[in-house]
Design a protein around this ligand. Structure first.
Ligand SMILES: Nc1ncnc2c1ncn2[C@@H]1O[C@H](COP(=O)(O)OP(=O)(O)O)[C@@H](O)[C@H]1O
Ligand SMILES: [Mg+2]
Length: 238
C-alpha cells in the first residue's frame, strides 16, 4: 500500500490482503459471580461483512463485542481476529490500537481535551510523527463534517457530533475491523442518520463492521443480522 493511500485513510477494499474476519469458536464467558453471559457462541464474520447484532438487554451483545476487541478474555473457547488467536497475542494493547476501532454508545471522549487532541491521542505510539498525527486528525474530523470545530471541547458539541468524533478516533489507525456498541443509542433520529451514513462510507472501504443495535430499522441496514438470546446466537423469531 502506498504511503499516499495510507495518509488518505482506510485502504481500499481491493487491497484487503490481510484477513480480518471474526471467528468465535465455542466461546463461553462466565463473569465473576457466576453470570453466564456467553454460552458456547460459534460465530464467523467474513472480511468486509457488515453485521448487526441484536437481542434483548442482558443477552450478551456487549460481552461478545468486548471479547472481539480483546478488552476481555473468554472463560473457555477461542476468539480469533484475522485468523489470530487473541490468547496467543503478547501485546494486546498494540493489537487493539492497530487492528480494531471501537465505538460505544456514550462516546468515551476525554472531557478536558479538545476533540483534535482526542483523535490524536489514539495515534501515540504508532509510526506517525506529531506533525502527521495532527494532519491526520484534522483530516479525519473533516471527513466526519467537523472541520472548523477541531478545538472545541467534547462538552461544546452535540451528542451526534461527539459520536462523529468517536468514529473519527476509531478510524485513526486504519482498523480492518470496526466494533460499535449501540453507537446511535443516545442520538435523535437525524443525528443517528448522519452516524449511520458514516458507517456506510466505512463499509464501502471494505472495513468489517460489527454493530450492536436495539433498533430493527438499523439492524436491517447490514449484510446480515445476528440475533442473540441468553448468551446464545439464535434464529430470528425464536
Ligand atoms: N462485568 C460484569 N460482571 C458481572 N456480570 C456482568 C458484567 N458485564 C455484564 N454482565 C452480565 O452479563 C450478562 C450479559 O451482559 P451484556 O453483554 O452487557 O448484555 P447486553 O449488551 O446484551 O445487554 C448480563 O446478565 C449482565 O448483567
Ligand atoms: Mg450492551
Amino acid at each position: 500500500m502506498s504511503e499516499a493511500i495510507r495518509a488518505l485513510g482506510e485502504p481500499a477494499a481491493a487491497e484487503g490482503s490481510q484477513p480480518c474476519e471474526v471467528d468465535f469458536d465455542a466461546v463461553v464467558k462466565v463473569y465473576p459471580g457466576g453470570v453466564r453471559a456467553l454460552d458456547r457462541v460459534d460465530l464467523r464474520i467474513a472480511e468486509g461483512e457488515y453485521v448487526t447484532v441484536t437481542g434483548p438487554s442482558g443477552c450478551g451483545k456487549s460481552t461478545m463485542l468486548h471479547l472481539a476487541a480483546a478488552l476481555d478474555v473468554p472463560t473457555s473457547g477461542t476468539v480469533r481476529i484475522g485468523g489470530r488467536d487473541l490468547s496467543a497475542i503478547p501485546d494486546l494493547s498494540s493489537f487493539r490500537r492497530n487492528q480494531v476501532g471501537l465505538i460505544f454508545q456514550l462516546h468515551n471522549l476525554i472531557p478536558g481535551q479538545p476533540i483534535i487532541a482526542n483523535v490524536e491521542a489514539v495515534m501515540f505510539g504508532t509510526h506517525r510523527s506529531g506533525h502527521e498525527r495532527r494532519n491526520r486528525a484534522m483530516e479525519l474530523l473533516a471527513r466526519v463534517d467537523l472541520a472548523g470545530r477541531e478545538h472545541r471541547l467534547p462538552t461544546q458539541l452535540s451528542g451526534g457530533e461527539r459520536q462523529r468524533v468517536a468514529i473519527a478516533r476509531a478510524l485513526a489507525n486504519e482498523p480492518r475491523l470496526l466494533l460499535a456498541d449501540e453507537p446511535t443509542g443516545s442520538l435523535d433520529p437525524a443525528a443517528a442518520d448522519l452516524v449511520l451514513q458514516l458507517f456506510e462510507r466505512v463499509r464501502r472501504r471494505g472495513v468489517t463492521i460489527v454493530m450492536v443495535t436495539h433498533d430493527p430499522g438499523i439492524a436491517r441496514l447490514a449484510d446480515r443480522t445476528i440475533y442473540m438470546r441468553e448468551g446464545r446466537i439464535v434464529e430470528p423469531g425464536l
